[in-house]
Design a protein around this ligand. Structure first.
Ligand code: PAF
Length: 282
């Protein structure tokens, strides 16, 4: 297990160990690793000669300073979890200064409008921050494959767009959402919920599954209204958005079109913790 805190040291090391034939799998994370991350690391380990896991709480993708401050940081635990899966894994846990070299600001990106919907609309600047750090990490690690979780589906589409627009020579691998036994999508933010609230938060997935059933025989508008009413009845939740959108363009579904793939997206606050989830509707 090798741990690096500086990008030049990691780059030098990778240059010294990789051959023309080596494949590098990369799992970018913000730490507080849960089973969802662990499954990405396991898949990368299986599919590549070298696996790099980055742990970096990226300040430029947080539009809310309190959220950034409260984001769980559990580096020692994270390193143990990675070592259990891949004793030869490489951990990259840089400082903000090392990554941003004194200028902690994001670049601005054009993701053909994908960045203006849902997460982008409610978290202004979020995807510029994600784009900035992911691009920088890709330049440092030069992965063959990079692994992302489907829970952040909009992020996946944005990263794919960045890879396509910049002709980056890597494959984005999307891994399925892992859920707690209650159905709650695994997330580092779940750690911030008291036990009872964490149990209550299983309602999010329950509603998503019911919405999927409703959408079979109802319009997107009717289904959306039903979801809003359900959350209105449950006062411990504040629904930020529920949206049924085209999987590829992320544009809102106003009228169902045959053979198009649709997906529901949701962001909800419970106990001041913001949770997101998504479900395919096909
Ligand atoms: O999904 C995340 O954890 C982050 O957005 C990422 C991709 C590590 C960039 O900071």
């Amino acid at each position: 297990m090798q741990i690096f805190n500086a990008k030049t040291a990691l780059k030098d090391y990778l240059r010294s160990v990789k051959t023309k034939k080596s494949s590098i799998g990369f799992v970018p994370t913000m730490g507080a690793l849960h089973e969802g991350h662990q499954s990405l690391i396991a898949q990368s380990t299986q599919e590549n000669d070298i696996t790099v896991v980055s742990i970096f709480v990226n300040p430029t993708q947080f539009n809310n300073p309190e959220d950034l401050e409260k984001y769980p940081r559990t580096l020692d635990d994270d390193i143990k979890k990675i070592a259990d899966i891949n004793p030869n894994g490489i951990v990259f846990a840089p400082t903000v200064d090392d990554m941003y070299e004194g200028k902690t600001i994001s670049q601005s990106f054009d993701f053909d409008g994908l960045e203006n919907k849902m997460e982008g609309k409610f978290r202004p600047g979020h995807f510029d921050g994600v784009g900035t750090i992911v691009k920088l990490l890709f330049e440092i690690v030069e992965p063959t494959k990079a692994y992302f979780g489907e829970k952040d589906f909009q992020q996946v589409q944005i990263v794919k767009k960045m890879v396509a627009k910049n002709h980056l020579p890597l494959t984005i691998v999307v891994c399925p959402i892992l859920r707690e036994t209650s159905g709650l999508a695994m997330s580092s933010r779940n750690e911030r919920l008291p036990l009872q609230k964490r149990k209550d938060a299983s309602l999010i997935y329950k509603i998503l599954k019911e919405a999927k059933e409703k959408f079979k025989n109802n319009s997107a508008q009717k289904t959306t209204q039903w979801v809003k009413n359900e959350f209105d009845k449950n006062k411990e939740f504040t629904l930020e958005y529920f949206e049924i959108a085209d999987e590829d363009t992320l544009s809102t579904c106003n009228k169902k079109i045959k053979n198009k793939k649709y997906r529901a997206f949701i962001a909800v606050f419970i106990d001041n913790v913001r949770l997101i989830d998504t479900i395919s509707l096909n």
